[in-house]
Design a protein around this ligand. Structure first.
Ligand code: IMP
Length: 418
């Protein structure tokens, strides 16, 4: 079983790597997060931005599961399935855990309210209601998908939850929500999904028993992990491989391969410390060249040089069996490429990731690696990459501590070197 997880701030290109590996998978599972994700997949069917549906959807033989660790905006999911079906992609193989929690319209309203009221301390969330949905889950106010099966009770639950939610919304000057409308939206979407809402544990158990090829698709990256990331600028779940076991319902010992996905430089959307961040024309150059805009929100991504401290830390937490480096082609026109190997914090040099309050004071220590100064997208064999590009990959391996198993040199599935 293989877990594909992000080793930086998110947006590492996990969608592309999962799509590549999913060609030979029997089961692909999302184990955390919701439609805050934005996984861009470019293949023979076109270009897709997936938010909830696992990137295995393009393999008609793979079952695509949203595990109990995810939070699901059912109307959003139906919209995504309709978009895929409109492009001729069958969604018959999608299954959603009946234990997953619902993201309801009041979670979206509370996400936006919370961000607004934080003012300058805002987190920069995607505004998809993911944080409030997980808060309700942890606070034992969440509503699981299975609850839509009993319409009367579901409507009562929504009305009850709205008593406190609406009081908060009104206290801060926002419009209250109507319980009937909220329930209607969800019930209608649930009806569209029909019997695709299931207990996913037997599916996973069956896959384990058959020794089937299972892919666990992470969202976001280690730096946004609830426990290990740059709290409070984190998401409300665990994107680490450890989270995959719980969120998918897979006993941890079955996960034998963990692929850490790293972009050849760094990007982030949302707030929080990002030591190698560029600004001004240098940032614009990389952002435009690499088209770094959020797949979910369209926000311009913050961009910076490769920061080995973050994926090294991610490796300590995930024990990567290999790294997949994405977007190496985007560094093609630099003569010398700054590469951060350590931080200086209060006069001390460290290669360890400190907690947020200290990371905010970190300045990056750079080496300068030679650029290759040419396009590499047409390269078909890793051995044929320019020497400098190979040296760049070697430096990633040395500083992170795990071998590079895959290299992305273009957005298409085929632009992947092993
Ligand atoms: P939330 O997950 O919407 O609550 O946002 C929390 C933090 O994670 C914010 O900094 C978001 O910008 C970031 N984030 C959430 N989802 C993604 C993603 O798919 N890619 C990159 N960043 C994300």
């Amino acid at each position: 079983m293989t877990a594909v997880v992000g080793a930086q701030w998110g947006d590492e290109g996990k969608g592309k790597i999962t799509d590549y590996l999913a060609q030979h998978a029997d089961l692909v599972i999302r184990f955390q997060g919701g439609n805050n994700a934005g996984h861009t997949v470019v293949n023979e069917h076109g270009t897709f931005k997936l938010h909830l549906v696992p990137s295995g959807i393009f393999n008609p033989n793979a079952l695509c599961v949203l595990g109990p660790g995810t939070v699901v905006d059912l109307a959003g999911l139906v919209e995504e399935l309709t978009m895929l079906e409109g492009s001729g992609i069958s969604t018959a193989n999608v299954r959603v855990s009946d234990r997953a929690h619902l993201v309801l319209p009041y979670h979206v309203a509370l996400d936006r309210l919370d961000e607004r009221e934080r003012g300058r301390q805002r987190l920069g969330t995607t505004g998809r209601g993911v944080g409030p949905a997980y808060s309700d889950k942890v606070g034992r106010h969440g509503i699981q998908l299975c609850e839509v099966r009993d319409e009367r009770r579901f409507r009562e639950r929504v009305a009850h939850e709205l008593l406190t939610k609406n009081a908060i919304l009104e206290r801060f000057g926002d419009a209250p929500l109507d319980a009937t409308e909220v329930a209607d939206v969800v019930l209608e979407a649930a009806a569209r999904l029909g019997d695709r809402i299931v207990d996913t544990l037997p599916l996973v158990e069956d896959a384990v028993a058959r020794n089937a090829r299972v892919l666990l698709e992470g969202q976001l990256g280690a730096m946004r992990d609830l426990d290990w990331g740059i709290y409070p600028y984190v998401t409300s779940s665990n994107p680490l491989a450890g989270g995959a076991a719980v969120g998918a319902g897979i006993p941890p010992r079955h996960i034998t391969r963990v692929i850490g996905v790293v972009k050849a430089y760094s990007t982030a959307v949302g707030e929080g410390p990002f030591p190698t961040e560029l600004s001004g024309p240098e940032a614009d150059r990389l952002r435009e060249r690499a088209q770094e805009y959020g797949a979910t929100t369209g926000r311009p991504r913050r961009v910076g040089w490769f920061d080995a401290v973050a994926p090294r830390y991610a490796h300590r937490l995930n024990a990567f069996t290999e790294i997949a480096v994405t977007k190496l082609d985007m560094l093609g026109d630099y003569e010398r490429i700054p590469f951060c190997t350590a931080y200086e914090i209060d006069g001390r040099v460290t290669t360890d990731m400190p907690p947020t309050a200290m990371l905010e004071r970190a300045t990056p220590r750079y080496e300068h690696l030679e650029g290759w100064g040419c396009a590499i997208t047409a390269v078909t064999d890793r051995a044929l990459l320019p020497l400098q590009a190979k040296a760049y990959l070697r430096r990633i391996e040395e500083t992170v501590g795990a071998p590079v198993g895959m290299v992305g040199i273009g957005p298409e599935r085929t632009a992947t070197l092993l």
